[in-house]
Design a binder for this molecule. Structure first.
Ligand code: ATP
Length: 356
């Protein structure tokens, strides 16, 4: 089932929650909606689900206008952050619920329902919990049961609103990987809301970055990470260092230091903002003119990469640099040392209009 939104607008009073949203989600795609709090992710999901109306535009399911279809008729399954499992029902009955309430004509037999529920429990690898109640489960188990319940009625579309939001980091990671495997096997068209960039980058086929009710960028994880359309997307997708500078003949003047900026040339001197990811710096102990002088404030080697926090001597700006464990072992960088920081690359630059 493909889904298409064409020029969708939605206001709450005077507030534009969705502002000219056009987007096509391909059949079988896993799409992440990523954005800060209040950017309109849930509103977009609810509009797709048919739970909320909108003011202008069109929502199409497999090319057909879904205007007249209610949520139930759209074949949509939901999982929300705050798992709303029925407290008084066992896990088995929770999953069976959607099937049990189907009209007599289409409702499967009791044996068929039992077989289906056990198949779903097997899928989420929790068969052994069938007779438990929701309050006897861990958060991660509850989310997997919520997913099994959403799948029971064979949805054509899965809408997941921060499904792992309330879980601890380790469980989130496991469920993320599980969701990706699940999706690779079943290919149900899925829209997944998150404000966690790591989650979106790891799980999704494509990412939609939202801000203030608008789509800022749509692309593969690789694309949005490496080719951000603006500094908002860049900063939202990971740590970045930021400098005001003046660009002159391939060099960035930061205070009195002229840094070499690979691949950047300007015809005329320009005031600019430079955005540099932490792995795009080189740290050296050897004096170089084209480098910022800095003091190491803190080194954190716990992790797959080593984080080095620095403060520039001239301007007191703070810089985060990431180096590999190997580079760390070789350089043996220590706290309080004076070092020279130069650029390997720049993630993004923006020209700033000079005051007339
Ligand atoms: P979060 O990550 O915090 O869940 P979100 O990106 O999902 O945020 P939405 O829930 O879509 O954001 O809300 C978008 C904006 O619309 C917010 O500013 C919110 O306050 C506003 N909004 C949402 N629902 C309503 C409502 N029923 N009435 C008025 N304003 C609303």
């Amino acid at each position: 089932m493909s889904i298409e939104l064409k020029h969708v607008y939605k206001k709450f009073g005077n507030f534009k929650a969705l502002d000219d949203v056009s987007l096509k989600i391909e059949d079988g795609e896993l799409l992440a909606l990523l954005g800060p709090s209040g950017s309109g992710k849930t509103t977009l999901l609810r509009v797709v689900a048919g739970l909320d109306s909108f003011d202008e535009g069109q929502v199409l399911f497999s090319g057909r206008d879904a205007q007249d279809q209610k949520a139930r008729e759209r074949g949509v399954g939901f999982v929300f952050q705050h798992y709303a499992l029925f407290r008084h029902m066992t896990v088995f009955d929770n999953i069976a619920f959607g099937l049990n309430v189907q009209p007599g004509k289409i409702r499967p037999s009791r044996q068929e329902i039992r077989a289906k529920v056990m198949e779903l429990l097997n899928l989420v690898q929790l068969e052994w919990l069938a007779e438990r109640y929701p309050w006897q489960l861990s958060g991660g188990q509850r989310q997997r049961i919520a997913l099994a319940r959403a799948l029971a009625v064979r949805p054509k579309v899965l809408l997941l609103d921060e499904p792992f939001g309330s879980l601890d980091a380790q469980v989130r990671k496991e469920l993320r990987a599980w969701l990706r495997r699940f999706h690779d096997e079943f290919h149900i068209t899925t829209i997944f809301v998150t404000h966690d960039q790591e989650e979106a980058l790891e799980v999704a086929d494509r990412i939609v970055v939202m801000n203030k009710g608008m789509l800022v960028q749509v692309g593969t994880p690789e694309d949005v990470f490496h080719n951000p359309v603006n500094s908002f997307v860049l900063s939202f997708l990971g740590n970045v260092n930021f400098f005001h500078c003046r660009l002159e003949q391939g060099k960035a003047m930061i205070g009195d230091t002229a840094l070499e900026v690979p691949g950047l040339s300007v015809d005329q001197p320009q005031t600019a903002k430079l955005y540099v990811r932490p792995n795009q710096f080189k740290i050296s102990r050897v004096f170089t003119k084209a480098a910022l002088k800095a003091i190491v404030e803190y080194v954190n080697p716990a992790g797959t990469i080593v984080k080095v926090n620095l403060k520039t001597i001239d301007s007191g700006e703070r810089i985060l640099v990431e180096i590999t464990q190997e580079e760390f072992k070789q350089s043996k960088i220590r706290k309080h040392e004076k070092v020279y920081v130069s650029l390997k690359d720049v993630s993004y630059s923006e020209y700033v209009q000079d005051d007339p």
